[in-house]
Design a protein around this ligand. Structure first.
Ligand SMILES: Cc1ncc(COP(=O)(O)O)c(C=O)c1O
Length: 317
């Protein structure tokens, strides 16, 4: 697969960006240079996708309320004062999609950072925040026909006692970035990080699961991972498919014995891993269960399978 296909195409920008309750023309959405730096240390964000429904007439925002709730949770842990409730932010997402007249798959990035000029104290607790929502088109991932290669990183995942991975903070991505660079340098697509206990945690932008003897096994939420909505979705879809699941600590060597391995995340969706540390996973092709899960995921987010329509916020286009 081309990894560039996962990157966001940003060549053209939308007309509107949402900022602190107003739609602002893109060019005017600027901050003073002093507002970057210490203020951004504490910035938290979300990544949300709106899919064009199969009928081409609706955008379906996937798990919007859950994403906005997680943003509020991240802000709470980082002691940031949100000016807007999760409900207001969710409505702002819909208003922004409408204002920019999107008619196709769209990625949304709400984020929150302490406002003003913060030169000292690294954005004290209770800092009043700016909230911004940006958006851009994304190209749907190709069906799970292709997989990626992964390698266990020599960088350990940050931990709950230092930089909690449960928080979706920009700063946390320094850790994932170093691991991703190492993986690429060594000829792999993506890293899988071990946590402080040297158990499997997650990838730089996704959770991970393995399949062994028909059971899907994924690290627990106390393994140093983000409380991923794709992971939660996958667990529900696997229950629908009648597939047994184990949520527990995972050893590195279990990755080497897996019949199938895959990443899960809003950006990557269900991404098969076909080699791990140079060993082929199963037959070295995306496995049957991974394909079935990826298919179920796609049918759900596009509104083809309506069994979980509570996850979809509809916007006519
Ligand atoms: C570090 C990390 N883990 C896991 C995930 C997957 O989370 P979600 O499925 O909610 O997108 C992401 C993506 O946002 C991430 O950045």
């Amino acid at each position: 697969m081309t990894l560039d296909s996962l990157a966001s195409p940003r060549a053209r920008h939308p007309r509107w960006i949402w900022r602190n309750g107003e739609l602002v023309p893109w060019e005017q959405a600027t901050v003073h240079v002093n507002a970057v730096g210490h203020a951004s240390v504490a910035a938290v964000f979300e990544g949300v996708k709106a899919y064009l429904a199969d009928d081409g007439r609706r955008l379906l925002v996937f798990r919007l309320d859950d994403h906005m709730r997680r943003l509020a949770d991240s802000a709470r842990i980082c002691r940031l004062e949100l000016r807007h409730t999760p409900g207001e932010l969710g409505r702002a997402v819909l208003g922004l999609l409408r204002a920019n007249e999107y008619h196709d798959d769209t990625y949304l990035r709400p984020w929150v950072f302490p406002s003003g000029i913060i030169r000292e104290q690294m954005a004290p607790a209770g800092s009043v925040c700016e909230a911004v929502i940006d958006s851009w088109p994304f190209h749907a991932r190709p069906p799970a026909a292709e997989g990626c290669s992964a390698a266990v990183s020599s960088w350990l995942r940050i931990g709950d006692a230092s930089m909690p991975p449960r928080v979706k903070a920009f700063s946390n991505y320094h850790n994932g970035r170093l691991a991703a660079i190492e993986a690429r340098t060594n000829g792999h697509d993506w890293p899988i990080l071990l946590n402080e206990r040297h158990k499997v945690s997650e990838g730089p932008g996704s959770c991970v699961a393995l399949v062994r003897d028909g059971t899907v096994i994924t690290p627990s939420l106390t393994s140093g991972v983000l409380d991923s909505l794709t992971r939660a979705t996958a667990l529900d879809l696997l229950a629908d498919l009648g597939v047994p699941v184990e949520v527990r600590e995972v050893d590195r060597t279990e990755l080497y014995l897996a019949d199938e391995l895959f990443f899960m995340g809003t950006a990557w969706e269900i991404l098969p891993i076909t080699t791990i540390d140079g060993l082929s996973v199963g037959e070295g092709e995306p496995g049957d269960l991974t394909r079935r899960l990826a298919g179920a995921y796609r049918a759900t987010v596009r509104g083809v399978d309506t069994r979980h329509s509570e996850w979809l916020t509809e916007l006519p286009v």
